[in-house]
Design a protein around this ligand. Structure first.
Ligand code: ADP
Ligand code: MG
Length: 304
């Protein structure tokens, strides 16, 4: 494409809320044959909400909340934010019922983020883990049929389950729901009509991912993937000779955004993802994936 065409397309893109960082993305986007989508915050709204909390031990709901709040307090993950909002309200309700004046604010020591699995820390003298099954397996925390039943029941409803372990035992769990974006399904089917296949890669579990896959009608899903795994999936597609785009919003998506021929970041996403991407979808609307490809097509065929 001529420098003028690139300039025109970049300006046009900006006015449409599609920020294109340079000519390279414009040269490649029209050739894209496969698009890899992240799940949370990309295909889904990314504002999860807690739908239920259960206890699996003799711990009181108040103490359970205090401990889990302390463990999640320093996490930036959307699930952590959802839990904090829900649990702090619940905690207040319990407090006003008991008419107690106990000071419950606790802080976690040795706080650690485990990307794609959860968080850990020490609350008081207790070791606390908040995260998925894989996090529990890493710490050799086992669980029985009751916990398994709770997990599969919620996952079939496309919810994500988060387990809370205190001193090596599952104390309780909560489930979050994160609805898919209203435009997701028709964007995927429109892309298919353009000869572009869509794949979802996520750090979330297989059951939840499969439920979302059905909802949006995406061709393929790869779940329980860590950040490097996401980038590897992109490279595999490229080895088949395909030009590949990646659409993501999280820190965990940045290696894949860099690996892709065209990396597209959701505008509402993290700074790290926005920096790693070639294109930023300012409105966070998936329809602009098509807008970006269309801008590229017009630039190459010199429609303007
Ligand atoms: P995605 O690839 O869908 O954006 P992530 O890689 O960010 O998802 O997270 C994968 C999974 O790890 C989540 O579904 C959740 O089960 C668990 N997880 C990650 N961080 C946290 C946290 N702070 N609290 C609870 N669970 C977490
Ligand atoms: Mg995400």
């Amino acid at each position: 494409a001529t420098p003028t065409a690139v300039m025109v397309a970049t300006g046009k893109g900006a006015s449409l809320g599609v920020l294109i960082k340079g000519g390279n993305a414009l040269e490649k986007a029209h050739k894209v044959k496969a698009i890899v989508f992240d799940k949370t915050g990309t295909l889904t709204v990314g504002k999860p909400e807690v739908v239920n909390v259960v206890l699996f031990s003799s711990v009181s709901m108040g103490d359970f909340c205090d401990v889990a709040i302390a463990a999640e307090a320093n996490s930036q993950h959307p699930i952590a934010k959802a839990f904090l909002e829900y649990a702090r309200k619940l905690r207040q309700k319990i407090e006003s019922n008991n008419q107690s004046n106990n000071q419950h604010l606790m802080e976690a020591k040795d706080f650690e983020v485990h990307p794609g699995t959860g968080v850990s820390g020490k609350v008081g003298d207790k070791i606390v883990l908040v995260g998925n099954k894989r996090l529990m397996q890493t710490y050799n925390v086992t669980f029985g049929a009751e916990v398994e039943g709770y997990i599969s029941e919620n996952e079939q409803l496309a919810r994500t389950c988060v387990l809370v372990a205190i001193d090596g035992k599952i104390a309780g769990a909560f489930a979050v729901t994160d609805p898919v974006k209203p435009e997701a399904e028709h964007v995927i089917s429109y892309l298919r009509s353009m000869g572009i296949s869509s794949i979802m890669v996520t750090g979330d579990n297989w059951a939840t991912a499969t439920a979302i896959e059905k909802e949006v009608g995406i061709e393929k899903v790869i779940a329980e993937t860590d950040p490097m795994g996401k980038a590897d999936r992109i490279k595999e597609l490229q080895m088949k000779g395909l030009t590949v785009a990646m659409v993501g919003d999280g820190i965990n998506d940045s290696p894949a955004l860099v690996a892709a021929d065209v990396g597209m970041a959701i505008g509402a996403g993290t700074d790290v993802a926005i920096e790693a991407a070639d294109v930023v979808l300012i409105k966070s609307n998936l329809e602009d994936v098509v807008t970006a490809i269309d801008l590229s097509r017009k630039t190459i065929s010199r429609i303007w």
